[in-house]
Design a protein around this ligand. Sequence first.
Ligand SMILES: [Zn+2]
Length: 278
Amino acid sequence: MNVKWGAALFAVFFTVMLLLPVSAEANQRIFIDPGHGGSDPGAIGNGLSEKNVTLNIALKTRDILNQEYEGHSVMLSRTTDQTLSLSTRTNMANNWGADYLVSIHINAGGGTGFESYTYNGSYSGKAETNRLRGIVHNAIVGQTGFIDRGKKEANFHMVRQSAMPAVLTENGFIDNSSDAAALKSNAFLTDIARGHAEGIAAVLNLPRSSQQAYVEILADSLWTYNSANWNDRGNIVHKGEVYKVTGSKFKVDGGNMYKLANGDYITASTSYVRYFKK
Ligand SMILES: [Zn+2]
């Protein structure tokens, strides 16, 4: 190799070294584990199965993170009603190189409210793991108004066998009638998910998404809906008005809707609305 090529390669090497840490930091990996699933329903009570509630919360948490934050990717251990061993779950997170792991559960056995767990063993980074857990824990209690049962430690597989800071959340008691009633409310599950998402975002210092989505009304007048149901008409909106959208469009009975930031729903049909971000 001649001197010129050597210098050029050295310059390239230096440039790459300068760029690498920035791009590595820009993508924080969040692993979300909806507890139980498939042949393992988890706790059961008041007509609820833990596996369904945890999946619902996990999907909502993923969606809030993806819609409202940048600089991360999310992996779920399952996105359907699937049987997975605990080792499969922690192997997925470890092999992926997750930066943070949250395992979502619903409690049972008498009690009410929220508690969270980190690993009770001694390990390097324990103080930091517990500090980060405090951020997630407080965000969930703040969003939900759950009675705070405390920040606890236990020898649970999900927090012991994960190679990154990890927390296991117990979101209310399925066998407590008032907790269960709350867990049947879609809005309350969204609050739980928002607590998880905002806690995780704070832990990983995720920037808020710089782009807000909107719809502009194209039709002279157009119905909104109180729920994701074409029969549940709400208000009339008018041509030229612009509304903030939360999330992406979703299928409702042969059509598509957006949810608006004000809580109403609206058609996503491009004949009636124009979707844009800015
Ligand atoms: Zn559980």
